[in-house]
Design a protein. Sequence first.
Length: 568
Amino acid sequence: MKDIKNLSIWVPKVDGGWGWIVVLGSFLVHVFADGIVYSFGILLNIFINEFNSNNAETSLIVGLLAGITLAVGPIASAFANKFGCRLTTIVGSMISTIGCLASLRAQSVQYLWISVGCIMGVGAGFMYCPAIIIVTVYFEKKRAMATGMAVCGAGVGTLVFAPLAAKAISIWGWHGAFYLYSVVLILCALCGATFRPLPFVKVDPNEEKNENKVTSQKNPLTDPDKLNGTISVKGFETKALLEKSSRPYLSEDALDFAVGNEHKQDVKKTKSLFDVSERPSVLESTGFLHIKDIFYTGSIASLKKSGNENFRSLTQLQSRKVTTVGSYGDTNNNDVDTEESNRMREIFRSINKILDLTLLADPVFLLFSISNFLTSIGFNAPLMFIPAHAENLNISQTNCAYLLSTFGAFNTLGRVMFGIISDKKLPTRFGKDVKRNRLWIYILSLCVCGTVTSFVFAYRSYASLLGYAAVFGLTISSYVCLTSVLLVDLLGLEKLTSAFGILLLFQGIATFVGPPVSGKLADMTGRSYDLTFVFCGVCLAISGVILFAIYPIQRRRLSSNDGVEEKS
């Protein structure tokens, strides 16, 4: 083995710089993509009249669109893990635009099921997950603020797109709304172009702080004993990367993630550090899905305070660029061929990692999943039917659009408000327990949201409907911004990736079911939406109430653990 001339340390640059451009790009993706979904309700009655359809069939368009967006989340995450957030988002933008343009030729609701529901849904799903993930990659200390700013785009999008779409419809008919949607979906590709790989900066090894050093006492790339098993960098592990008797090897996504394209060739040239003839086999993808807090949108500081010492901390992830005297030999072309043949296998491994169904054996997670399922049933249908309900009360289409805008404005306010409150101690009896506070805030918000939704039949004036839209937007925002934080509180950081992936699947199925069932109830009652809102409200309220059962489950678990410790 040749002598190593220089060993340079490369660490990721987070919490600033280009990261704020990434936040802006993510914000705009949410504005455009979520704004379209949440404001789609203004087209409901138009499609019913245009295609001689009913509420159940027409609402299935939104059910498919929103449901598939969420359900393909695990697949989109796996693709982003392999090909990067930038490319995945751009592909999603192109798919959504194709579906939107194809919708202009629609002659039936069934056609829109495919063009809007399926094609646009897949495209939106490929934009949604990368837009969240890329922000968590770029930010640590300021993550709560950065992700909060990004996801607020959903509320802003609803605020803006509802009146814009209504104006376009008044001028060009329903086709005008799709012209508008097509333009903004193309713009999502430009937003995705800002999602460049995390930049690494060179650091002098002699000045590196102890907290950022590799946990191993020896360099794993130069210590053969460290190659069989796990190569660890504090907070980041690559498990079973190498088979026994294989030489050090990094897959393409490991190189992309660790050093970026600009340094990848330098690492490739030094890949053969030992004179071992056997070719390595990559057993597991080494992209960001191995970062434990990748779906955590809360404050990293709260993870430290709660004792999660194994959180990822990107600043502790290091990449070592080796400069040598002479050549180590040419790269084995078979390595590249092998990697290409393993691409799909690695993607399926990533999906399997996200969808670890064994978590459903945990009663706390099962209960939270059922709650999330019910919340998702009741979440989208009110947005779909409130414009139609208002039209039944002889409220103009313009004012109906403002109902959705009111929802968007207060939903944005709620996301900011709950994001701030959820990390604070409260002046109550148990207010010092931040985790308990978060769960109570979540439960009470869902209960209030469900209650006010159940009584929509009593809101007969425009002012009362504006008030409902405001309360609904404010309270339902807790469901969006606290889910990943509560998963960590209830299950721990180790299970976050799998738990979040399963929840996306549950949410997708529930969102697919909710609008058509709600629409069927409206058809059964002569296009009156009173029973529809009662159904949605009951689902939302129950989703909050059943979470009170988490406390006795946790107490029983603690008691059983204490009993085991006493026996031992």
